[in-house]
Design a protein around this ligand. Structure first.
Ligand code: 5GP
Ligand code: ZN
Length: 113
């Protein structure tokens, strides 16, 4: 989708700090980090949100999850990390292309689940 900012980032049309890429997945640092380490993992294919995950495309979401421990190991996140996917207005989703936030680099506390 040419009007989707994350599709354009995955395509390389908008610059980003890439941490990982393969045929199906693209990972890059969040432009407005909420923790010392904050990156986003997205499928290259446009899926608007968690709400659109189905039996047909769930393998793409799984591929996103698979790369998270790889990146975490490379970044040395031995203390752990938090994975969040905001879905819809009440969750504060602002970019409607499925993405997994990965936050780390400090103690994130026990709240917000
Ligand atoms: P959401 O609120 O939809 O869960 O998260 C969207 C995230 O995308 C936000 O954390 C925001 O900082 C990040 N973001 C929005 N636009 C850009 C961009 O152009 N580049 C990068 N690297 N991150 C972006
Ligand atoms: Zn998109």
């Amino acid at each position: 989708m040419s009007d989707c900012i994350f599709c354009r980032i995955a395509a390389g049309d908008i610059p980003s700090a890439c941490l990982y890429e393969d045929e199906h997945v693209y990972a890059f640092r969040d432009i407005n980090p909420q923790a010392p380490v904050h990156f986003l993992v997205i499928p290259r294919a446009h899926i608007a949100s968690m709400d659109e995950i189905s039996a047909e495309n769930s393998a793409l979401a799984a591929k996103c999850l698979e790369v998270i421990p790889k990146i975490a190991a490379r970044l040395g996140l031995s203390g752990g990390y938090r994975v969040i996917s905001n879905c819809g207005a009440d969750a504060g989703q602002t970019v409607f292309h499925l993405h997994f936030h990965v936050l780390a680099g400090k103690s994130l506390g026990e709240r917000l689940v």
